[in-house]
Every structure is written in C-alpha cells, then in structure tokens.
Design a protein around this ligand. Structure first.
Ligand code: GDP
Length: 329
C-alpha cells in the first residue's frame, strides 16, 4: 500500500472520530468507491475503524414500501437522540442496484432527524450485486460506529432476498406492518416474520386504530405458534403511530430491552461472530466467482459451452467441470 493512502486514511479516521460529519461522509464515499485506486485506502480505513471500541446496537428496519419506515425512523431516531444516543441511518435498497438512484435513506423523508447534529443519514449505496451493496453498508456501519454513533438503523425494503443480507448486518430486526381490511395483515410474509425480533403495527391513528388493534391480536396468536427466535424469545407486537408519536417511547423501550437481553446473555456476541463467518465465506465466493468470470480463457470458452448446454449436448454439471478444468489450466 502506498504511504500516501495510509496517511490520508489516518487523517480521515482521526477527523471522523472527532465528530467531523463531513469526514465521515468522505470516508463512506471512499469505501463505496469501486475505483481500484481507492481500494487500499478503503481497506486500511475500515481495518483501523474496526479497532474502535464501541458499544453499538444495529437495528434492521424492514417493511414493504409505503408502510411507513422512514417516517417511523424519523420518530424513533428522535426518541433515541432524546435518550442520549447518536443515531446513524443507513439503507439497503436493492432497486438502487438497478436504477442507480436510491429511494431509501432520502433526507427529505426524515426531516427532523436530518436537522439533528446527533444524527447521520446515508442513502443506500448503488450499483453492483445485493451482496456488494450489503457489504458496503456493513463497512459504512463500522465507520459510523468509529465516529461514535451507537444506534445504527438499517432500512430495507421487505422484498425477500434483502432481508437475508440485512440479517447478516444487524443485531436485531424490527418489522413494520399495518392492519389490513378483514383479517389480512399488510406487509407480512411468513419468512419475513421469522426473522423479526419485534413487530410494530404502525400508523395506529385515526381509522387505522381499531384495524391495527385487531391485527395485533391476530399476530400475537400466530406468533405463539411459531418457534422462538434463536435468542429464545418470541417477537413482541407493539402498536404505534409515527405521526402522533403515540407508542414510540414504548417501541424504543422494547428495542432497548431486547438489545440489553441479547448483550447480557451473550447472544449479540455470538450473532456477530456468526456474521463474520458468513462474510468471510461470502467474500471468498465473490472473489472466486469474480476471478473465474474475468478469466480470459473462460470468457472465450463460456459462450460456446452455454450453447452446448442449451442444446442438451452436454449436461450443465459436465460443462461446469470442463470450464473449471480450463480455469485451473
Ligand atoms: P416507507 O416507504 O415505508 O418509508 O413509508 P413512508 O415513511 O414514506 O410513509 C408512507 C406514507 O405513509 C407517507 O405518506 C407517510 O406520511 C404516511 N405515514 C407514515 N407513518 C404514518 C403514521 O404513523 N400515521 C399515518 N397516518 N400516516 C403515516
């Protein structure tokens, strides 16, 4: 690594540790950069940031678009700031990997938080695979923690795969939903519910109030039939309104209780350890796949092999073996 990279990284780390938000923004831009020239400095920066001794809680906030995630994050974030915390809001938005533009983490949707010195809001990194986006979000999270943010909220659209990625980043997950008409629940899929540590029925105001109360009862019954989460707990169900603020302190209490329990019984440490194991293997697979796909011989051989597989002349498994033989030289 060039000496210049090292010095620049050190200066940046010191600045962000001293609370310089611009430096934090610049540091995140550096780790999000796909320029090969930035890679060494970014790696050193994250490695040094990891040494920071911080006691953070990483909270995933999931739910379908329109359910009220950003409005709730604004209200919850203000509540946490009122309790003396510093709040970072990051986002994983799989659609931004396609469009190149992010819809999540938009400052204008979190107006109160955006004006707070003790809050830092960053939209989803764009471009690349979901795994790549999640990895850059993880690095951004580590930088935020080194900068003294102790409550990290990671916003994700609840559309399937992205929960798996967010599950590898967070200590606990908050699922947002609203009661629907009849007995349907909007925004809950079984798989998603299984990764939730806490469920909040939001928009519990006006006409929604009786609907959400009914939905809360139904949900509690459904949850009683599910196996407990890995930490031995079943997710509590909370009613709240981000608009009126009703139920927000209780929601924050419930989150803090889960976080404190997970810390005390060692679950948080075990979970973070399992996550580093997962990231190790994800990084290996990504690197290997990258090398394979960029190999000149593979690029030459692959199209013909794909055609042969399509025509049924060779099985996909034999074709893969053959290509690996070429790759190994
Ligand atoms: P997201 O797409 O999940 O981030 O949802 P938003 O936070 O952007 O909210 C979607 C819409 O629901 C917006 O028009 C909000 O004003 C509205 N909304 C969000 N929270 C509440 C709430 O607690 N009560 C009511 N009545 N409306 C809300």
């Amino acid at each position: 690594m060039a000496q210049g990279d090292r010095t620049e990284g050190n200066a940046l780390l010191q600045a962000l540790r001293s609370g310089d938000r611009m430096a934090l923004g610049r540091a995140i831009t550096l780790v999000e950069s796909t320029r090969p020239a930035d890679k060494a400095a970014a790696t050193a920066l994250v490695r040094d940031a990891l040494k920071a001794d911080t006691a953070s809680v990483r909270i995933g906030v999931t739910g379908i678009p329109g359910v009220g995630k950003s409005t709730l994050i604004d209200a919850l974030g203000m509540e946490l700031i009122g309790r003396g915390h510093r709040v970072a809001v990051l986002a994983i938005d799989p659609s931004s990997t396609r469009t190149g533009g992010s819809i999540l983490g938009d400052k204008t949707r979190m107006e109160r938080l955006a004006g707070e010195d003790r809050a830092f809001i960053r939209p989803s990194p764009s471009g690349g695979t979901l795994g790549g986006v999640a990895r850059r979000t993880r690095e951004a999270m580590i930088l935020c923690e080194a900068a003294g943010y102790d409550r990290i909220l990671i916003e994700t659209v609840g559309v399937g795969q992205s929960e798996t990625a967010v599950d590898q980043l967070t200590d606990l997950n908050l699922l947002l939903a609203i009661g629907g008409t009849g007995d349907s629940l909007q925004g809950i899929k079984r798989g998603i519910m299984e990764s939730a540590d806490l469920i909040a029925l939001t928009k519990t105001d006006g006409d929604n109030e009786p609907r959400n109360q009914r939905a809360a009862m139904d949900l509690k019954q459904a949850i009683a039939l599910l196996p407990p989460r890995e930490n031995g707990e079943r997710p509590p169900v909370k009613l709240c309104s981000a608009t009126t603020g009703k139920g927000i302190p209780q929601l924050a209490d419930a989150l803090e209780t889960i976080a404190a329990t997970n810390l005390a019984n060692g679950y948080q440490a075990r979970r973070r350890q399992a996550q580093t194991h997962w990231w190790l293997h994800a990084a290996i697979q990504e690197a290997l796949a990258g090398e394979f796909n960029n190999d000149a011989r593979i690029r030459m051989a692959l199209p013909a092999m794909e055609e042969q597989v399509a025509r049924g002349e060779i099985s996909p498994f034999d074709a893969a073996e053959e290509l690996l033989r070429v790759f190994r030289g």
